[in-house]
Design a protein around this ligand. Structure first.
Ligand SMILES: Nc1nc2c(ncn2[C@@H]2O[C@H](COP(=O)(O)OP(=O)(O)O)[C@@H](O)[C@H]2O)c(=O)[nH]1
Ligand SMILES: [Mg+2]
Length: 176
């Protein structure tokens, strides 16, 4: 009887854990964003931007929102490190793809890396959030050259997106 009630109690009050991959080419601002998320949504103070170094392995951040625990995996985005990304796909529930919206010269690289992510069979159906980073938050303007999320969406022209849950958002990792 005790185990029955204990099981019910655990079921009602346990939080579901989701794994969220933060991907994007190097210098897009992934780690800056993760550290800001930690500061804003957990008791751990994230690193300030001037103390963040290029990611070689994996950074992990955990936050809790309403009934869910979100575990973020932030991976290195240098060309040589992108081959590691797919090792995490099978256990990922969702993907946040970060693009430096002010760096148009690297859009092509960002786009082809994203297309490869979307083609992978282990991520079929995973919801996708594409962030036009270094842009803005509400009325706060970050880099003036950064393109809007609509322009970025037009540029990426991702045909395959129609079949999955996705969203474009303009953000600034500095601002959170
Ligand atoms: N202006 C601006 N710079 C940013 C922002 N986010 C990151 N950066 C800068 O972009 C560079 C790369 O950031 P980092 O988080 O290491 O990128 P990652 O390689 O994708 O993890 C660093 O110099 C950051 O300070 C942002 O929202 N606005
Ligand atoms: Mg990084």
């Amino acid at each position: 009887m005790f185990s029955l009630f204990y099981g019910l109690w655990k079921y009602m009050f346990s939080k579901t854990e989701f794994h969220v991959l933060i991907l994007g080419i190097d210098k897009a601002g992934k780690t800056t964003l993760l550290e800001k998320l930690k500061s804003q949504f957990s008791s751990i103070e994230g690193l300030p931007p001037d103390r963040i170094v290029p990611t070689v392995g994996l950074n992990i951040g955990r936050i809790e929102v309403s009934n869910s625990k979100l575990v973020f995996w932030d991976l290195g985005g240098q060309p040589g490190l992108r081959t590691i990304w797919e090792k995490y796909y099978e256990e990922a529930h969702a993907v946040v793809y970060v693009i430096d919206a002010a760096c148009t010269s690297r859009f092509e690289d960002s786009k082809s890396a994203l297309e490869k992510v979307l083609r992978h069979e282990d991520l079929q159906g995973a919801p996708l959030l594409i962030l036009a980073n270094k842009q803005r938050c509400f009325n706060w303007q970050d880099l003036p050259d950064a393109v809007s999320s609509e322009e970025l969406a037009r540029y990426l022209d991702l045909k395959k997106l129609d079949e999955r849950v996705y969203m474009f958002e303009a953000v600034s990792g500095y601002d959170g």
